[in-house]
Design a protein around this ligand. Structure first.
Ligand code: NAP
Length: 191
C-alpha cells in the first residue's frame, strides 16, 4: 500500500481554503488533481467531500472520514464512510489523501503508520480571492513535517503560477511504479 497526499496551498501562509472554498480558480490545478487521482482510492474529510460537484468525482472510490456513522454518501457503491482513521493503517491498495486540512493533519502529524509515503506539494503563488468569507484554513503543521521528514525527488514544475514538487519520506521504500504514474500525470499538463 502506498499513501499519497495531494494538496495545493498558498505560498507563504499555507492556506488551502477559506470557509468551504478553495480561494483560487486555476483550471490546470483541478485537472492535475484529477489526473493524479483518476482510478484511485481517495480519502476526504466530510467537508471536502461535500464540496465535490454533486458530492462525487467519477472513476474513483471515495472514503469519507466523518464521526457520523449514519452519514449518507451520494454513491453507496463507490463511496464509503470511515469513522476511525486507524482503519487506514491496514488499507489494501493505494490511498490518495485529498484533504481538507484536518485530514492532511491527521495523516501527516499523527501515527507514523499513517504518514504518506509520497506528497505532491502544489504551491499557488498568485492572489487569494478577497471576496470569500469564512475561516482561513491552513496546513502549516503539515509543511513543517514535509520540510523535516521528506525530501524532494522531482523537478520543479511551474504552470499557471503554481509550483508543483514531489516529495518522498526520508529513509522509506517508495513504490517506483506509483511515483512514475504521478510524475507522468504532472508532466502531462493537459488532458
Ligand atoms: N487546496 C487544497 O488542496 C484543498 C483540498 C481539499 C480541501 N480543501 C479545503 O479545505 C477546507 C476543508 O478542510 P477542513 O479541515 O475544514 O475539513 P475536512 O478535513 O474536509 O473535513 C472535516 C470533517 O472530517 C471529519 N473528521 C475530521 N477528523 C476526523 C476523525 N479523526 N475521525 C472521523 N472523522 C473526522 C469530520 O466530519 P463530521 O463533522 O461529519 O464528523 C470533520 O468535520 C475547505 O476550504 C476545502 O475547500 C483544499
Amino acid at each position: 500500500m502506498t499513501k499519497v497526499a495531494v494538496w495545493c496551498r498558498h505560498e507563504g501562509d499555507n492556506i488551502i481554503g477559506i470557509g468551504p472554498n478553495i480561494p483560487w480558480h486555476v483550471k490546470s490545478d483541478f485537472k492535475r488533481f484529477r489526473r493524479i487521482t483518476s482510478g484511485q482510492n481517495l480519502v476526504a474529510g466530510q467537508t471536502t467531500y461535500e464540496s465535490f460537484p454533486n458530492r462525487t468525482l467519477p472513476d474513483r472510490d471515495i472514503y469519507v472520514l466523518t464521526f457520523d456513522a449514519g452519514y449518507e454518501v451520494s454513491d453507496p457503491e463507490r463511496h464509503f464512510v470511515v469513522t476511525d482513521i486507524n482503519e487506514f493503517k491496514d488499507f489494501e491498495g493505494d490511498l490518495y489523501i485529498s484533504g481538507g486540512a484536518s485530514v492532511y493533519k491527521l495523516f501527516m502529524t499523527g501515527s507514523s503508520k499513517l504518514m504518506p509515503d509520497i506528497v505532491v506539494d502544489c504551491m499557488y503563488r498568485g492572489e487569494i480571492d478577497p471576496g470569500l468569507e469564512g475561516a482561513r484554513i491552513d496546513i502549516t503543521p503539515c509543511i513543517e513535517v514535509l520540510r523535516k521528514s521528506y525530501r524532494q525527488i522531482s523537478a520543479d514544475y511551474e504552470l499557471d503560477n503554481i509550483l508543483t514538487t514531489v516529495w518522498v519520506r526520508k529513509g522509506e521504500f517508495v513504490e517506483q511504479s506509483v511515483l512514475k504514474r504521478i510524475i507522468e500525470a504532472i508532466e502531462k499538463e493537459e488532458d
